[in-house]
Design a protein around this ligand. Sequence first.
Ligand code: SAM
Length: 225
Amino acid sequence: MKIDILTVLPELLESPFQHSILKRAKEKGLLEIRVHHLRQWAVNEYGQVDDYQYGGGAGMVMMPEPLANAIEALSKEAHYDEVIYMTPDGSLLDQRMSNQLSLKENILIICGHYKGIDQRIRDQFVTLEVSIGSYVLSGGELAAAVLVDTIGRLLPGVLNDETSALFDSFQDDLLAPPVYTRPADFRGAKVPEILLSGDPKKIEDWRHEQSLQRTQERRPDLLEP
Ligand code: SAM
């Protein structure tokens, strides 16, 4: 899978993809991430990519020309299955959306700044608008990093144990059960006996029961039809 990211702050995206699972995904050739500085397509020698908003009001708006030129230039190298704009008023990111996006081949992600991007880019180029939560970030980079992380770990071959993502929270609309490691007795708090029983069927049933209970307590909305 190839992911291109358009940003005015590429520095913010230097670290998130250099470690752990995403690093492994890139090293295995399963994921390619390219970060593009929008100022390459600035409208003048000063690197301008934003301007005052029509109608007045505080805050700059990202201009349509640099974005359109960037999207068109990048589209010559790849056919994008989705052009995604990270925005607080987009569809709320959830596991289902991540699962679906992990099946795509090429994705372009636009990171906004200031008051956001000119509406005409959203109307003419963007195919999916994604919010990572009901709060406002200063820019789309951290949101893009979250999106890429959640997609990247789902790509076949990325996780060592290929099935492990299937047992994470939100797959099957359930939260994950509690997990334990050594020691079996930590300051008097013992690991549930059943996990030491060596009986896979009983352990599976217990985990499912715990998942259900946790979901009922913490996220009953997930159990609604
Ligand atoms: N004026 C916009 C609004 O009220 O909806 C907020 C703009 S925000 C300060 C700047 C940029 O950060 C946005 O264009 C978007 O790319 C990104 N952003 C902020 N919050 C986000 C969120 N919850 N999810 C995804 N992207 C977000």
